[in-house]
Ligand binder design. Sequence first.
Ligand code: AMP
Length: 284
Amino acid sequence: MEIFKEIEPIRAFLKTKKEQKKSVGLVPTMGALHDGHLSLIRASKAQNDLTVCSIYINPTQFNNPTDLAKYPKTVEKDIAMLQQGGCDVLFLPDNSTMYKKEGGLKLDFGVLDKVLEGEFRPGHFSGVALVVSKFFNIIQPDRAYFGQKDFQQFKVINRLVEELKFNIELPFIPTMREADGLAMSSRNLRLNPEERVKALIFFKSLQLGKEELLKGTSLSVVKNKVKSLFETTSGVRLEYFEIANAENLTVLENVGSSVNCIMLIAGFVGEIRLIDNMFVKDVK
Ligand code: AMP
């Protein structure tokens, strides 16, 4: 696997590959890799001649300095995992490579970046979209891979590609889960054994929500059930549990049968913030 830390050398390397008509898939990550990330690598390898993974903990998408400072870093292990997974190129830039000036651009996606995660993490999606735009310009991939795990991010990036006319496909990659259902996440590394057990409340809430909604239980009753599940479990705190139209992420007040709905949840186990989501019906 080729490893690049600077922009010009990776550009030169990829230029040669593109002249040879090689297609390029990009998998942007913040490292502390797990099998969820590797599923994106696998999807990219299946669809492209060359797979580029980026590992960069992007400061502009963190609105909580402690979360940024404590974000897990396991670069050596990540490199070994990528090598084993057959990744071709790793882009590993530092802050001075990605951000030359203080006070970068701000991007506004209207309602899409103000609801759900956007409400609790103001500026988060602007930071994500900014850094992803930089990666798109540096790598110029044919396809870029983002997981369902961060469904709102997937929607924001789709909007970014549409608005800025990036000629990039965005395949949809479902969430990988641990055997007990917990969505794989780099932040899971920060959970102690007791918290790891408690973190299952997110998956349980989504399963409960799905079961009840499919039975016809009203949205307000379902929301109250999830709320009380959190209130009766110590050491966890619910930030939101919402059902949204999966096409545009409009938060719904009631669930009509014609709309493709997705449940989205966020909260804390101790001081670690986790998110998850699930379609109400098993369709995209
Ligand atoms: P991150 O390193 O957390 O920024 O994630 C990098 C990419 O991996 C994002 O597109 C995530 O949505 C995706 N991802 C994270 N966790 C999972 C998972 N459990 N299953 C599938 N994709 C994931």
